[in-house]
Design a protein around this ligand. Structure first.
Ligand code: A2H
Length: 253
């Protein structure tokens, strides 16, 4: 961990259907799962959203009558950053577990899919970010391996009540070209290191470091309005566009 505060972009993924326990929020405002990312320029490649099944989350009052779903810890931090109606007092409208969120269809900025689904990721830390993570399997080894795990293991899907249709139709989307890695860098890094599952944490950390550095320094974005430009150049631009459009907020911890 670094010394200074870490800044994340929180991507607002709107719940399209308030299923199960979330239905208690019906009529209270738009509900957004707030995914913390360091890579806002990769949102073109989203295939799903991740939560920790046994993690504790809440639906909190946000700005403009919106509702934000994240951990209590993140809601408190946000409230000190003037991103909730009352400073230092996040208002929880509904307590949730990750399992309550699994299977919720969400609409997310810059996604090529009209809807993607909330799926379980077992390596999410609840003391980092918001506990909600957006999944970009082309460029994140964690996301790639976890999605393959769910695709390959019917028992894993069953355990968390995941329907095939939330997982199977979603393929890796090439969005960034990296010299020596190609346009599905995370998949290549995982294959090179022979990573078998999301529990291979040591090798995953290695894959992540390699792809992250290469992608930022040498990657070229190949989709969207900024296609052809370097990742290092477009990252702040895309982040600014998302924030200006009200589709993301900046968060530090
Ligand atoms: B990144 P750092 Cl394409 N637990 O977003 C586990 N992982 C979390 C998390 C949590 N509570 N909160 C955020 N993250 C993930 C995109 C991405 C990310 C890509 C490539 C690399 C990458 C899409 N997933 O991260 O520990 C989020 O995944 C590689 C570092 O603060 C977030 O950015 O350094 C990143 O980890 C934050 O990790």
């Amino acid at each position: 961990e670094g010394v200074g505060p870490q800044e994340y972009t929180l991507i607002k993924m709107e719940a399209i259907v308030l299923k199960g326990k979330l239905s208690e929020l019906e009529g209270h405002g738009k509900v957004f799962l707030m995914a913390a990312t360091l890579r806002p320029e990769t949102m073109y490649g989203q295939t799903n959203c991740w939560v920790l099944p046994e993690g504790k989350y809440g639906a909190y009052k946000g700005l403009n009558d919106e509702i934000y779903v994240l951990t209590e810890r993140a809601a408190l931090n946000l409230s000190f950053q003037e991103k909730t109606p009352v400073r230092a007092q996040p208002e929880c409208l509904l307590e949730l577990t990750g399992q309550d969120l699994i299977g919720v269809p969400v609409r997310s900025p810059n996604s090529i899919h009209e809807r993607v689904y909330v799926l379980p990721l077992l390596t999410i830390l609840t003391n980092k970010g918001t506990g909600v993570v957006t999944s970009v399997p082309s460029d994140s080894p964690d996301d790639y391996i976890a999605l393959q795990d769910l695709k390959k293991k019917p028992k894993l899907r069953e355990k968390f009540n995941v329907l095939d249709e939330w997982v199977m139709p979603f393929e890796v989307i090439p969005i960034i070209d990296i010299p020596e890695y190609g346009s599905m860098a995370a998949a290549k890094a995982c294959e090179d290191l022979k990573i078998q599952s999301q529990n291979d944490t040591t090798k995953l950390a290695e894959a992540k470091a390699a792809v992250y550095l290469k992608g930022f320094n040498d990657g070229v974005i190949i989709v969207g309005p900024h296609a052809g430009r370097k990742v290092s150049e477009v990252k702040p631009i895309i982040k600014g566009e998302l924030v200006a459009a009200g589709q993301a907020i900046i968060y530090s911890e």
